[in-house]
Design a protein around this ligand. Structure first.
Ligand code: GUN
Length: 296
């Protein structure tokens, strides 16, 4: 069994990006600028956004964090998005999800300029992804593809079972694994909360990608020998003995499943760190696109 070391690969990618940024600086060029909008004070969201800002510093990107109160109206949020759309200094930005209930998330995501949509959540980018066109690929699925590629894990003709159909992970993942090329060319089954007899399906999977947010959902009886297991779950489970008062749990019963799998991602240290690095990669792509458009 091989552990897919997302932390190490993510570090490698950051070093590669930093080398690119150093070259830009040496030539006196503007470096990429990633901005993030965060609404409210949800602990997990703040942690994720702060790790994105820190990653920008690490590779030499500019970054800016735009904090709005939990009570912000949809109009005010849309005005902030328009401001970032119009700001030529910003190459890409994200709106950290989830958003409070008074705000229509889809309307907000539709307002982001597709050329700055480094999360790849705008319908234009999502549609392009489904049509095999060049686009921003959502960072978590992009990170999973990168892990499969860098560990040279075969995907062609394999049966990939995706568990969970969220717009951020499961749905795009199911599209990407069936696209032509590598990683891709898989036969894909997308399962969700209404799937009947899920064990019958998962036990036929060569690759399982799970993103349901239910700790220990995937048990060893549900997989076949030598399956590849990608765990996207990151649930905070209260634990009095832990320093922070909680521990992070994945969707996979790691202790048991790892004994049967050929490759497996740990939690933490698997998919999570990859997401941040791929967001940086998308920001780098956004900068290149903007420079090309401006004939620089
Ligand atoms: N919330 C959970 N995952 C993500 C993500 O990838 N991007 C944004 N913007 N919000 C998230």
């Amino acid at each position: 069994m091989t552990i897919l070391d997302g932390k190490k690969i993510s570090n490698d990618i950051k070093n590669e990006i930093k080398a690119d940024v150093d070259k830009m600086k040496a030539k006196g060029e503007k470096v990429p600028h990633l901005a993030a909008i965060i609404v409210g004070k949800d602990g997990a969201s703040l942690t994720y956004v702060n790790s994105k800002v820190k990653a920008c510093e690490r590779v030499g990107f500019e970054s800016s964090l735009h904090k709005l109160p939990n009570t912000v109206s949809e109009l005010e949020l849309l005005a902030k998005i328009e401001e970032l759309n119009q700001n030529d200094d910003i190459d890409g930005f994200i709106v950290q999800l989830p958003l409070p209930p008074q705000i229509d998330t889809q309307r907000v995501l539709n307002a982001v300029d597709p050329d700055k949509d480094v999360d790849g959540f705008h319908p234009t980018n999502f549609g392009k992804m489904a049509l095999d066109m060049t686009s921003f690929i959502p960072a978590t699925p992009f990170g999973i593809l990168e892990l499969l590629e860098r560990y040279d894990i075969p995907t062609k003709g394999k049966h990939t079972v995706v568990i969970g159909r969220s717009y951020i992970v499961g749905r795009p993942m199911s599209i990407l694994m069936g696209r032509s090329g590598f990683p891709g060319n898989s036969t894909v089954t997308l399962t969700h909360e209404f799937t009947k007899n899920i064990t019958q399906i998962t036990s036929q999977a060569d690759i399982i990608i799970i993103a349901v947010g239910i700790p220990d959902f995937l048990k060893t009886e549900m997989i076949k020998d030598d399956a590849v297991i990608i765990d996207v779950g990151i649930t905070r489970v209260p634990d009095e003995n832990a320093e922070k008062g909680y521990v992070i749990k994945g969707d996979v019963d790691f202790d048991q499943v790892s004994k049967r799998a050929s490759y497996i991602t740990p939690v933490p240290g698997g998919v999570g760190p990859m997401t941040v690095s791929m967001l940086l990669k998308n920001t780098l792509l956004a900068r290149e696109m903007h420079r090309r458009k401006a004939n620089l």
